[in-house]
Design a protein around this ligand. Sequence first.
Ligand SMILES: Cc1cc2nc3c(=O)[nH]c(=O)nc-3n(C[C@H](O)[C@H](O)[C@H](O)COP(=O)(O)OP(=O)(O)OC[C@H]3O[C@@H](n4cnc5c(N)ncnc54)[C@H](O)[C@@H]3O)c2cc1C
Length: 497
Amino acid sequence: MLYDFAIIGAGVTGAAISRELSKYKVNVVVIEKLSDIATETTKANSGIVHAGYDAPAGSWKAKMNVKSNPLFDQVCNDLYIPFKRIGSFVVALAGQGTGYIEELYQNGVERGIPVEIIKDLAAIKKLEPNISNETEAVLHAPTAGVISPFLLAIAMAESANINGVEFHFNSPVQNIENMGKFFIVDTPSRSFQAKAIVNAAGLYADEVSKMAGDETFKITPRKGEYLLLDKMGDFVRKVLFPVPTKKSKGILVSPTIDGNIFLGPNARDQDSKLDTSTTLSGLDEVIEGGRKLIPNVPLGDSITNFAGLRAVSDTNDFIIGESTKVPRLFQAAGIQSPGLSSCLGIADELVDIIKASPNLSGTEIKLKENFHASREKPVIFHDLSWSERDALIKQDKTFGHIICRCETVTEGEIVQAIKRPIGARTVDGVKFRTRVGMGRCQGGFCTPRVIKLLARELNVDEEEIVKREPSTRYFFGETKDFRKENAPIMNGRPIQQ
Ligand SMILES: Cc1cc2nc3c(=O)[nH]c(=O)nc-3n(C[C@H](O)[C@H](O)[C@H](O)COP(=O)(O)OP(=O)(O)OC[C@H]3O[C@@H](n4cnc5c(N)ncnc54)[C@H](O)[C@@H]3O)c2cc1C
């Protein structure tokens, strides 16, 4: 089969582009190295839809953020993705001066973004009661919002799939051959032929581009570490940014879409594209930064910590458009922050570039008459009223069986997550779709139950169920085998009792 487009990478960028292309009468395949949607940078970030005032004027980052922000309401409405425009503050503390927030204010005005500067501490405290008493002024941007980055990416991919896009997982692209009129894209299990390639490979976009013949940019990873606290009502109400550093927006304190609070991220350049470990010094830096904004932040309510890697290009901007070296190679690369906020704008922009490309004149790119903008509404038991819960359980008893006590996730929701288009196949796949295991006990209670349900629904042995990738196994053998000389091997060493 000759596809019109092969999209490499199923993070939020690839997912958004796949949905945008699925509006047209073209054949699209998404090729993803890992086992699910949103398994790399998209799964570990701040989850903020930025208002769009801070990237340098004229940059792709600024243009795409401004274009994208207003598009979120419609997409989230169509796809049943929780999204709240809670607004953001950039907080100038005593001694920092207000010059920086005044600059941002000007950017906001010039870009048509609603912004205001508030200097009265009482008025600021009314909106954010626990903010530091050292606050001198804030830049308030009411259109900033919070979202679940993985639910967004999963929902857009599901929508693309309903509209005919194929997804292939566990398929790392290892080689690309340019045959003139089409490309051959090789993965270990099969090869794909496509007239055009969309490179949305995140941290590896430079390597994918090189495989296709374009070596014009380099991506380096920049780590950001986080501390995640339990849910605590409206203790923090808005996204709180400090006056930023040269490398990043600085360490924020913000609620998540689910009502947890996070502190972070810091920004540390590193060589490894794989190292997402957290460090003591990094978390100390995050705590110190967070306390400047919310001095009484209850660190005792911390439930986990994690890190994500920004894909920083050597142009320090997004790289969007058709390659100047390789016709029909379309780049969506260097998508560091605000990439989540910009994904809808990037998809729209790139598809316009594709439609206008003279190198694709043989491919008709016409809108479908029957594009389905919506999808089946997922049940979120936790959000239902008592009477709605009652009615649901009467229809289907599995919604009366709580699997995750911390987040009130039911068996019915887990089965639903497995059976939907591009359904969950791993424990993390269930977690990202339902919030199972994301609460205070971090999966201590529910993980074995989720494994059982996955095995039952997929009709495989429990031993075959993995956390994420095929190498992340839970089971290595029978307990009694651990005493034997031929004990199962893990990390090159026998596991012994
Ligand atoms: C700490 C941190 C905080 C952030 N906070 C925000 C925020 O609050 N708001 C915001 O707007 N943005 C934020 N961002 C940026 C945002 O997370 C990213 O811009 C966005 O997730 C990038 O998505 P992506 O799809 O381009 O990349 P990814 O999510 O990394 O997806 C790329 C995909 O390509 C796949 N891939 C790679 N190589 C291959 C290959 N050879 N073959 C097949 N598949 C391949 C990968 O497996 C991956 O799934 C933050 C980023 C970080 C790290």
